[in-house]
Every structure is written in structure tokens, then in C-alpha cells.
Design a protein. Structure first.
Length: 255
């Protein structure tokens, strides 16, 4: 297979430099160029016809999804979206992106993405749409849940890994996040947040509470069929009867 031809699109020079530096280590990759805007990307894709595009989501003027729309699904080369925000992940796979890289990413994660992209492009070229569709479905299944949450903290926007969250609590139009002794606010409904979280890691235990299963230490019987959920840090939370059977199933199966 000839070298993988790649176009790098990001409005931040440091982000382009980072991707280029990682690609320079791969002898089976040929970098066709860089673009700092969506409109420049459309022209470069049409002129240079790369195999793969590392495409930033948020760009002024024309964003990454706008680039895909202007090129069209058929002529569009393979895409890896690159962004600091995980809320675009589902939409990215709806336009058949091969992967979704969350900034900041490490060398290992990047190399895995390039390897998967190379394999997907090979399948697309040599074995038709059925295999590539199966690969895309597999990638989407692994990447559809939020890995980080964008929260406001001390006047700044903070990217919080969901692994660090102990539990979530409803707070009016917000969700209060409890993480390592901190309490942060997220402007989102509990129902919407629950849909973004990995059900293998998080569980609703009460209409106002979602808990990280990895933080659960033990359950204690309480009144009227309710239980108390004790976390590793000693925090006690109420487990309502309506959520008890599902939580017990998750904890017992390790799902």
C-alpha cells in the first residue's frame, strides 16, 4: 500500500504543529499540507485529494462539519475529527468519521488512530463498503460516551475527566458534580447527562443522583426498601427502590 496522504486542518498553529510532529515519525505517511480554516480545507481537499484529513471541529467561518457538507459524503476522504469538546462525538460518527480525537491526546492514542485509519482506508479500497461499515460501527460504539465534561471553575472553563467524578447531584437547572472533595456546577439536565455517560461506569440510584460505580464501597439496608450507598470516601447516598434491582445487577455482574 502506498504512503497514507494526509491533510491537517486546524485554526490553531500549535495544534497543527503537534499533529505534524507526530505524523513525521511515521514513514508510511505523506503530509500534503496544512490548513488554518474550513474554507481553505475545502479547496485543499478538492485539489489534493488526501486519503485522510485530521479535521478540527470548531473553526471560524466554516467549521469541520461545514467542510464535510460542502465536499459531500461521497467525495469526502476519511476523517478524524480533532477537538477539545466531546459533545460533538455522536454527530462526528453520523457523518462517518473514522475516529474522534480529544485534545490533549498522547502519542499512543494518536498512533492507534492512524493505524485504524490506515486499516479502514485499506478495506475501503480493496474490500468494499461492508467491511468499512462494520469498522465504523465498532469505532462509534467505543467512542459514543463522554470522556470529559466542560465545567466552569473559578471563572475558567475546565475539562474534567468523567473518571474523576464520584457522583452527580441534581441542582435545579444544573448538575452538581462531586469530585475529589470539590463541588462543581454543570449546566445540563440529569436526563441528558445520563444519556452521555457510559452505563457500564455510571448508574442512576435516585431521581436526583447518579453515582460512579467504581466509587461504591457497600450497600446498607435502610427504611421502606431503600438502601444507603456508601462510597469509598465515606459519603452516603440514598438508593431508591425503583433503581435498586438495576444497581445490584450492575454491581454483581461487573457490567
Amino acid at each position: 500500500m502506498p504512503p497514507l496522504s494526509v491533510l491537517v486542518v486546524d485554526d490553531e498553529p500549535l495544534a497543527r504543529e503537534r499533529i505534524r510532529a507526530l505524523l513525521d515519525d511515521d514513514l508510511e505517511v505523506r503530509i500534503l499540507g496544512e490548513c488554518a480554516s474550513g474554507r481553505a480545507a475545502v479547496k485543499a481537499i478538492q485539489d489534493k485529494r488526501p486519503d485522510l484529513v485530521f479535521l478540527d471541529v470548531q473553526m471560524p467561518g466554516l467549521d469541520g462539519f461545514g467542510v464535510v457538507e460542502q465536499i459531500g459524503a461521497g467525495p469526502m476522504p476519511a476523517i478524524v475529527f480533532v477537538t477539545a469538546f466531546d459533545q460533538y462525538a455522536i454527530k462526528a460518527f453520523e457523518v462517518h468519521a473514522l475516529d474522534y480525537l480529544l485534545k490533549p491526546f498522547d502519542r499512543e492514542r494518536f498512533q492507534a488512530t492512524v493505524s485504524r485509519a490506515r486499516e479502514a482506508i485499506r478495506l475501503r479500497a480493496g474490500q468494499g463498503d461492508q467491511n468499512i461499515a462494520a469498522l465504523l460501527e465498532s469505532l462509534a460504539a467505543r467512542r459514543k460516551h463522554a470522556e470529559r465534561l466542560l465545567v466552569k471553575c473559578a471563572g475558567k472553563e475546565r475539562l474534567l475527566p468523567v473518571d474523576e467524578v464520584d457522583w452527580f447531584e441534581a441542582a435545579g437547572n444544573y448538575v452538581r458534580i462531586h469530585t475529589r472533595g470539590e463541588r462543581l456546577l454543570l449546566r445540563e439536565t440529569m436526563a441528558n447527562l445520563e444519556g452521555r455517560l457510559d452505563p457500564d461506569q455510571f448508574a442512576r440510584i435516585h431521581r436526583s443522583t447518579i453515582v460512579n460505580l467504581r466509587r461504591v464501597k457497600e450497600l446498607e439496608p435502610w427504611f421502606h426498601g431503600d438502601y444507603v450507598v456508601r462510597l469509598l470516601d465515606g459519603q452516603k447516598l440514598t438508593l431508591s427502590r425503583s433503581h435498586r434491582s438495576r444497581l445490584l445487577e450492575k454491581l454483581s455482574t461487573g457490567e
